[in-house]
Ligand binder design. Structure first.
Ligand code: GRF
Length: 208
């Protein structure tokens, strides 16, 4: 349908958040459409799912991924072709070029598997995050959907949700608990953008 809110989903790994978004769309939980999938690698678990579901997907060549200017041009071309309004980083592990962030300012979101600003920043991805939470002795962790800025995991939060951390947790058991809530709040955030409910004032983000 022409009036659907068009999103791009960027993936690198298992793709479970991407699948959760697609399932929420199929269940009519948001007035959105995935018009483009970008994967940083042919090995990403979500890529086959995208192909099986006939979603337009692209894997930039390594030379493009490694060159900020070419990567920006590549992304801008795909976003324009897909008429994309919102870019969703769903476990995307490559650095997004500053020029692309500038072009989509306020319209790029990321999911991080901890309660930012704790346990974020460069090198804080995957099991490293959960192991650091456990090693610190935290009693709660969670997930954060935030706007993307030029610094890693530093943009303002849009949605955050907690989970308990148990004394016998491993990084894997905690990751699984956090992933469940990621699958709730990322589609919820996208639906809020699609419904034009997001009001951004500096670092304060209101869901109207
Ligand atoms: C998630 O934990 C997400 O928070 C992090 O990378 C992981 C991606 O998982 N940024 P998946 O690829 O969506 O399964």
């Amino acid at each position: 349908m022409a009036n659907k809110y068009k999103i791009a989903v960027f993936i690198s790994g298992g793709g479970s958040n991407f699948r959760a978004i697609h399932q929420a769309i199929l269940q009519d939980k948001m007035n959105a459409k995935i018009s483009c999938v970008i994967s940083s690698t042919e090995k990403a678990g979500g890529l086959q799912y995208a192909r099986d579901n006939n979603l337009p997907c692209y894997v930039p060549a390594r030379e493009i991924l490694g060159d900020a200017s070419r990567f920006t041009d590549f992304l801008l071309e795909k976003m324009t072709a897909g008429n994309v309004s919102l870019v969703v980083l769903a476990g995307f592990l490559k650095k997004i070029p500053a020029a692309f962030i500038e072009s989509f300012s306020g319209h790029i979101i990321n999911i991080h598997p901890a309660l930012l600003p704790s346990f974020g920043g460069k090198g804080m991805y995957g099991r490293h995050v959960h192991q650091a939470v456990i090693d610190y002795g935290c009693k709660i962790s969670g997930a954060t959907v935030h706007l993307v800025s030029n610094d890693y995991d530093a943009g303002p939060p849009i949605f955050q949700k907690c989970v308990p951390v148990f004394t016998d947790d491993s990084a894997e058991s905690l990751a699984a608990r956090v992933l469940e809530i990621e699958h709730e709040i990322l589609p919820q955030a996208i639906a809020s953008f699609a419904n034009n409910q997001i009001l951004i004032t500096g670092r304060k983000i209101e869901i109207r």
